[in-house]
Design a protein around this ligand. Structure first.
Ligand code: HEC
Ligand code: HEC
Length: 423
C-alpha cells in the first residue's frame, strides 16, 4: 500500500500539471520512494483544522484561504519532495502532526524526519543522520522562535527556509509566503476542558492530575509556563544532546514519541529523564501524578474527522473561488497560481477513484480540471470579466455535477473499508 500511496501522489501531480491522460499509466509506477516508506497521503481521517477566525464566527480572509491552498501544495517544494507529492500538509496534517509519516532512509521512526537530508535537498545535507519529530503546528503563533533549535524568530523566514533550504523549492512569491504565515498564525489547538485559559487545571481533571500540577509548578513550570502555552520561548540543553527550543505540552496525547529525536516512547520515559536530570527523587506516586497531569494537559478532546468526498468537494469549491480575488484585481499571475494549485486538489480527489470502473468519475474530474485551466487562460489573455463569469459558472457546474461522483464513491478510496483493504 505504501508504494501505491505515493505513486498516487505522482498521479495527482501529473493531473495538476495538465497531463491527466498519462495519470492512469502511472498508477502502477512505484519507483518513487524507498521500500517500506509510508507517507500516508491517503488517510481515512485527519486532525480537524481549527482556525481562530472561523471558530470565533468570523469570515476567513483571502490570505488565509490562499495559505491553506499553498500549505497543501507540493508545487511549492522542489526536487524529491515535489515528485513524491509531499506538501506541508503531508507532515503537518490539518495543522496537526502526521505521526505515521515514514520515508525509509529519512525517518528512523514513524513521525520523524531528517529535514536536512540529501534525499530532499542535496545541498542542505548536513551529513548527519538526525531525525526530528514532526511538531504539531496548532498554536504555533505562540511558539517562536521556530525550529527545534529555535533558529528563526520569524515564522516567515522559517517558512521560506523550509521551502528553499530543506525541500529545494524555488523562492516563493511574496504573496505565497504572506499567505502561509497568515494561515499558520490562524491554527489553534482544540479546546481542552481540563485547562482554564490561564493554563491552570479545571475541576474536570482528576485528583491525581491536580497532585501532579503541584509538582509541575515546582519543578517544570519555569520552562513550560502554563499561562504561556507551556513554553518560555528559550533554548535549553536538558540532557538530550543539544540546545532545544522548549516545546509546548499541549496536544501531547497525539504526538508520541517524545523529545526532539523521538527518544522517549511515552510520557513515563520523559518524566524518568527529568527526574534523573534534575535529581528530583520522584517516588512511584509522584510519577503517576505527574503522568496524570501531563495526560490532562496534553489531552485532545476532539477526535479526528473522517476524510469524505463531500468535505473534499466543499473545500475544492472554496479553493477555486479564491481565484475571484486576483480576477477582480486583474492579476493573471496569481490567478494562474491559484488555478494550478487547485487543479492539484482535483488530482487528490482523482487519486481516490482508483478502479477501472471509476473511469466516468475520472473523466469528470479531468474535465473539471481542464475547465479551470481555461479560466487561467482567459486571465492570461486579460479577459478578466469573461474569466469571472467562467469561474462562477465553474462553481455552478460543480454544484450540478458533483452528485455524479456519488455512485462511485462507495467503491473508491473514500470508503474506509476499501482503503483498509487496499493497504
Ligand atoms: C517531510 C515532513 C515535513 C514537511 C513536508 C514540512 N515539515 Fe514543517 N516540520 C517538520 C519537522 C520534522 C519539523 C521539526 C524540525 C525542526 O524544528 O527543525 C518541522 C517544523 C516546522 C515548524 C516549526 C514549528 C515550531 O514550533 O518550531 C514550522 C512552522 C513548519 N515546520 C512549517 C512547515 C511548512 C510551512 C511547510 C511547507 C512549506 C512544512 N513545514 C513542511 C516536518 C515537515
Ligand atoms: C530547563 C527547562 C526545562 C525544565 C525545567 C523542564 N523542561 Fe521539559 N523540556 C524542555 C526542553 C528544552 C525540552 C525539549 C528537549 C528535547 O526535545 O530534546 C523539553 C521536553 C519535554 C517534553 C517532551 C515534549 C515533546 O513534545 O516531545 C515533556 C513531556 C516535558 N519536557 C515535560 C517536562 C516535565 C514534566 C518537567 C518537570 C519534571 C520538565 N519538562 C522540566 C525544557 C524544560
Amino acid at each position: 500500500m505504501a508504494a501505491r500511496r505515493h505513486s498516487l501522489a505522482a498521479v495527482a501531480l501529473s493531473l495538476a500539471l495538465g497531463s491527466g491522460a498519462s495519470a492512469q499509466s502511472q498508477l502502477s509506477d512505484s519507483r518513487w520512494l524507498p521500500p517500506g516508506s509510508d507517507i500516508a497521503s491517503s488517510l481515512s481521517s485527519e486532525p480537524r483544522e481549527i482556525l481562530r477566525v472561523t471558530e470565533a464566527g468570523g469570515i476567513e480572509p483571502f490570505l488565509v484561504g490562499l495559505g491553506r491552498l499553498a500549505f497543501r501544495s507540493p508545487l511549492l517544494l522542489g526536487g524529491e519532495a515535489r515528485r513524491l507529492g509531499l506538501s506541508c500538509n503531508t507532515c503537518h496534517t490539518g495543522g496537526g502532526a502526521n505521526t505515521s509519516f515514514f520515508v525509509a532512509g529519512v525517518s528512523d521512526l514513524p513521525g520523524n524526519v531528517d529535514g536536512a537530508h540529501s534525499f530532499f535537498n542535496l545541498k542542505a545535507d548536513d551529513g548527519r543522520n538526525r531525525s526530528i519529530n514532526i511538531p504539531d503546528l496548532r498554536g504555533v503563533r505562540w511558539r517562536g522562535p521556530y525550529g527545534h533549535d529555535g533558529r528563526f524568530w520569524s515564522l516567515r523566514e522559517f517558512t521560506r527556509d523550509v521551502i528553499v533550504t530543506e525541500f529545494a523549492g524555488d523562492d516563493p512569491p511574496a504573496v505565497i509566503l504572506d499567505a502561509l504565515v497568515a494561515y499558520q498564525n490562524e491554527l489553534d489547538q482544540p479546546t481542552n476542558p481540563n485547562l482554564a485559559p490561564n493554563g491552570a487545571l479545571t475541576d474536570r481533571a482528576s485528583e491525581a492530575a491536580h497532585r501532579g500540577e503541584t509538582l509541575f509548578r515546582r519543578d517544570c513550570a519555569a520552562c513550560h509556563i502554563p499561562s504561556a502555552g507551556f513554553v518560555d520561548r528559550l533554548n535549553h540543553d536538558v540532557g538530550t544532546g543539544e540546545r532545544i527550543d522548549t516545546p509546548t505540552l499541549l496536544g501531547l496525547s497525539v504526538t508520541a514519541p517524545y523529545l526532539h529525536d523521538g527518544g522517549a516512547a511515552d510520557l513515563g520515559a520523559v518524566i524518568d529523564h527529568f527526574d534523573k536530570l534534575l535529581g528530583l527523587g520522584y517516588g512511584a506516586d509522584d510519577k503517576q501524578a505527574l503522568t496524570a497531569y501531563l495526560d490532562a494537559v496534553g489531552a485532545v478532546a476532539e477526535p479526528d474527522v473522517p476524510v469524505t468526498l463531500d468535505r473534499d468537494l466543499v473545500r475544492l469549491r472554496a479553493l477555486a473561488g479564491l481565484a475571484m480575488t486576483p480576477l477582480q484585481d486583474e492579476d493573471p499571475a496569481l490567478t494562474d497560481l491559484i488555478v494550478e494549485l487547485t487543479r492539484f486538489e482535483i488530482g487528490r480527489i482523482f487519486e481516490r477513484f482508483h478502479r477501472n470502473d471509476h473511469q466516468p468519475a475520472q473523466r469528470l474530474l479531468i474535465r473539471w480540471s481542464r475547465a479551470l485551466g481555461d479560466i487561467a487562460t482567459l486571465a492570461h489573455d486579460r479577459k478578466f470579466a469573461a474569466a469571472r463569469v467562467a469561474l462562477a459558472g465553474w462553481q455552478t457546474m460543480l454544484d450540478e455535477e458533483r452528485s455524479k461522483l456519488d455512485g462511485a464513491a462507495g467503491t473508491s478510496l473514500y470508503n474506509p473499508d476499501v482503503l483498509a483493504k487496499a493497504g
